[in-house]
Write a new protein. Structure first.
Length: 237
């Protein structure tokens, strides 16, 4: 498994554990008052989750984009997840959790480097890119990495960058016009059926210098670093 699958499995929650879905993309329109409308998940959600997402997002509030100081309408894509919290007696509460927003980004899984498979090496890579207003992908470069035993991330880096360059992107639209944004794109390379790589360490010998603190290394969600809209209030529903 290279990237977390974008399929929504049934939310099955153990008595003492929290269960979450993979990230879910939702197209929304943020109006001039910051209210969300035209809420359209990019994948089919079964009930009661579909209604929960609609109801919850309709109650969220964002800071609207501004053009020449005037608030305007924006179309963007939210990344959310559903979280099931056990409450005993086999019941659980399901909440909608906001993870970020940005352009719609569709990418095929990068190839897993053969040498890394043979060496049983896994990785978590961050690639940075500029999304131009026309949806083209530019200035793609390596950000940071964690790897098994901290080995070089070079082979992972090459394949991850190649995949990002081929991505299909729909840009954020502000006041009827597409706008450019900058993305931080996390990519996981994990062996077997697991969705989370083994214990990883900051990679060595990369073409980019890496920070030493693990907390500053790759996250789990693609983030638009300069989205024109941001959440004012996203209470979990």
């Amino acid at each position: 498994m290279l990237l977390v699958a974008m399929l929504l499995p049934p939310l099955v929650c153990a008595e003492d554990k929290v269960a979450t879905t993979p990230p879910i993309k939702v197209q929304v329109q943020v109006d001039a008052q910051g209210h969300l409308g035209d809420i359209t998940p990019m994948q089919k959600l079964d009930e009661p989750y579909a209604s929960l997402v609609q109801r919850t997002l309709a109650g969220w509030s964002f800071y609207p984009a501004r053009v020449q100081g005037k608030p305007v309408i924006t179309t963007t894509w939210l990344t959310i997840e559903l979280k099931a919290q056990p409450r005993g007696n086999g019941d659980f509460d399901v909440q909608v959790v906001y993870l970020g927003n940005g352009p719609r980004f569709e990418m095929l899984n990068p190839a897993y480097p053969g040498s890394m498979v043979r060496e049983r090496t896994e990785a978590k890579i961050t690639v940075l890119a500029t999304i131009e207003a026309d949806g083209s992908v530019a200035d793609v470069h390596f950000g940071q990495a964690l790897t098994t035993d901290g080995v070089s991330a070079k082979d992972f880096e090459i394949n991850a960058i190649a995949a990002v360059k081929k991505a299909k992107v729909h840009s954020i639209i502000v006041d009827g016009e597409p706008v450019a944004t900058h993305l931080s794109i996390p990519i996981q390379f994990a062996l077997g059926a697991r969705t989370i790589p083994m214990d990883l360490k900051p990679a060595k010998g990369s073409s980019k210098s890496l920070v030493a603190e693990k907390d500053a290394l790759p996250g789990d969600t693609m983030v638009a670093l300069d989205s024109p809209v941001s959440p004012r209030s996203t209470p979990e529903g």
